[in-house]
Design a protein around this ligand. Sequence first.
Ligand code: AQP
Length: 333
Amino acid sequence: MPKKIFSGVQPTGNLHLGNYLGAIKNFVDLNNDDQNECIFCVVDLHAITVKQDKDELRSNIRETAATFIASGIDPSKSIIFNQSKVHAHAEGSWMLSCMAPMGWLNRMTQFKEKAGKDKEKASVGLYIYPILMASDILLYDTTHVPVGEDQKQHLELTRDIAQKFNKDFDCDDFLKSPEPLIKKNFSRIMSLKNGLKKMSKSDLSDLSRINLTDTKDEIINKIKKAKTDSFQIPNEGQNLKDRPEAENLLGIYSSISDQTLDKTLKEFGGKNFSDLKSQLAEVLSSKISPISDEIKKLTNDYEYLDKILAEGATKAEEIAGKKIAEMKKIIGF
Ligand code: AQP
């Protein structure tokens, strides 16, 4: 059976190394396997759960599509589209939100983190966004969802919602329970300034992340300024306990070089961080700079990007439109 892959990225700007190593690099590998049917979505409805500037949003939608293509996703093999173009996502989200208990949503840790102390002021959209995510995935009978570690809980919720819908409406296996595809190692890339905080687009400090649009000089500068500790690099992984910044830099090096942490520790054990940093800056710029150049080239070609997104939306609409029609029938509309 071919794997049906669906995943999304929010067009909220500053796509970074965490998005790349945690998700997009995986998308590319899945796209390259001819057995798979892949759909990669620019989830613009998710982006408006926090306030967006309309011109920036429009440009970020194109930039996210450009990042997919620049990273190696082939639009002739995978469907690339933006979510707001396919009505079924919002419709499905409403239907599913009418059967998902509040208690399940109350357990979502990402809402607690993103809403922070001021949760009364957070949008209702931010609170129910995992249900929109469930709708995105379930409309395509997705079997596998490549995501970073931070999305694991939302995937579990998607599975619970699918099973509850099937049970409530006595329609065995109508909504398929998808499997998460989370990389075993290095699935959570941390901030360059604080090894306990996830690398994130919304971090106020640009030095906390490597953006996929950074130039070689910017990458070198950010790695040079990345936080480390005052000890040498250990030879064994167990000696990285309570050294989150060291673990993060060694993890980034291993992930971008497609090698195990053990191999990286053999290479750098006993050395100083300056050695690791100069090698890391080198390998990062050799992998990220070509992507960055291609993103810049593609974002100047609006016509091409809009065509890819429009063609993708037509294909996505065909699949999701059928599923939502069946879903409505099952509900009684
Ligand atoms: N630091 C990370 N490490 C590994 N994977 C990550 N992802 C995000 N950050 C990391 C994965 O990237 C995919 C797309 O994420 P997204 O852009 O849709 O949303 P996000 O998780 O909200 O991204 P940010 O950077 O954390 O944004 P803000 O700052 O707005 O909160 C997902 O598969 C995600 O797991």
